[in-house]
Design a protein around this ligand. Structure first.
Ligand code: GLA
Length: 380
């Protein structure tokens, strides 16, 4: 995606040139899965696939927006979004929901017209929705008298998604779309929202492998996992599973029913793995990082039960390749993508051979994205 493409999309719809272009990236999570809503640790990176808005300030009360990818134009007035009036989950609702969250936080908003487009695949688990939220926040901030506070914007994006769109996500996706850094992943404490940028080891490529499968009812399965984690936290008499360490868990787990016990074991061990992964990255130890990813997959598959046949197959195909340090499912699960760490010199071979073995084994057509870690939401 280039600036030229966003500008020419703008010219096609509105004539003339845009006054501004903003960009907010999608993400892949390296490790720390289903830990964000347990106040734990995650380690996503922002990727070189993003949502762009090219726009022109019009002042007044109207926002006019054309989604190039959906081939639809729509408009709404800012006075409409002073009340919480959600209407489904179309792309426009993410735009309106973000405008609502910004206005509700007391920020002044002014109208604009623009085009929305991007190259984050929708529904693949690479957080195209968080990217839309952060791009929209940037677009409003661009013309306003208030300053950009990345963490505050991430929280408002999450609020739009929770309250307006009705998806009960954690904070990871919005935080990384807001706070990504070139060449780095973000070790994020989802309780304090303090983050540390951790460099990716030299010589390692991050490859996202889309299984080409999606499962329905992901939202209800996700909400069920959240409820099970909350029940386990109540058992340990803590606010969130983040507060249970591995030792306490080992002492008391026998009194807990099997399902919440497994869910808790995943979250508690995953938090520990995520901190260890950051250590391994700081030491440039790709081998150790890879092993932690492999362990994370086993835990998500066996204890948290959010993998799928296709994801397990993809992860095994990746892990079996000689160039692969480690691989696991990534994102909410139940289909979608895996992530693999690969010897950078062997990337092309890995991509070709892993896609082929996966195709032969499952009959599904995979998509593969070799990712670079990028900056968070910005004005270009
Ligand atoms: C989805 C949610 C995130 C996080 C992951 C699982 O991507 O949006 O907040 O909970 O699932 O780690």
């Amino acid at each position: 995606m280039t600036l030229d493409r966003t500008s020419s999309a703008f010219a096609d719809c509105y004539e003339g040139s845009p006054e501004w272009v903003v960009r907010a990236p999608g993400r892949v999570n390296l490790i720390g899965e289903h830990t964000d809503y347990n106040d734990g640790f995650v380690m996503p990176m922002a990727i070189n696939r993003a949502v762009y808005i090219a726009g022109r300030n019009t002042g007044g009360d109207q926002v006019r927006i054309h989604s190039v990818d959906f081939g639809e134009e729509s408009s709404f007035s800012l006075s409409e979004v002073t009340e919480l009036t959600p209407a489904g989950d179309s792309w426009l609702e993410y735009v309106k929901g973000t405008a609502w969250a910004l206005a509700d936080s007391g920020r002044s908003l002014a109208g604009w017209e623009g085009v929305l487009l991007g190259d984050v695949p929708v529904g693949a688990g690479l957080s195209s929705s968080a990217a839309v939220e952060l791009a929209v926040a940037r677009a409003f901030q661009r013309g306003a008298d208030w300053s950009w506070d990345a963490a505050a914007m991430a929280l408002l994006g999450q609020r739009a998604e929770n309250r307006w769109v009705g998806v009960n996500c954690g904070i990871m996706d919005q935080m990384i779309s807001a706070c990504g850094k070139d060449g780095h992943a973000l070790l994020l404490d989802c309780r304090s929202l303090e983050g540390q940028h951790v460099p990716l080891p030299n010589g390692v490529a991050v490859v996202v492998l889309d299984t080409g499968t999606r499962r329905g009812l992901v939202d209800s399965a996700y909400n069920e996992r959240r409820a099970q984690c909350e029940a386990a936290a109540r058992f340990f008499s803590v606010g969130a599973l983040r507060d249970v360490d591995e030792e306490t868990f080992a002492d008391r787990m026998h009194a807990l029913d099997e399902t919440p016990r497994r869910r808790a074991r995943h979250v508690i061990s995953e938090n520990a793995r995520t901190e260890r992964a950051a250590e391994a990255m700081r030491q440039g130890d790709a081998q150790r990082l890879g092993l932690l990813l492999n362990e994370s997959h086993v835990s998500l598959r066996d204890d948290f039960s959010v993998s799928s046949e296709a994801l397990d197959a993809m992860v095994e195909c990746a892990q079996d390749h000689a160039s692969c340090y480690g691989a696991r499912m990534t994102g909410a699960g139940f289909g979608g993508c895996a992530v693999a760490l690969v010897d950078v010199e062997q990337t092309a071979l890995f991509v070709e051979e892993t896609a082929q073995t996966y195709r032969t084994r499952t009959g599904h057509d995979p998509s593969v994205y070799v990712c670079r870690a990028m900056e968070g939401a910005e004005v270009l």
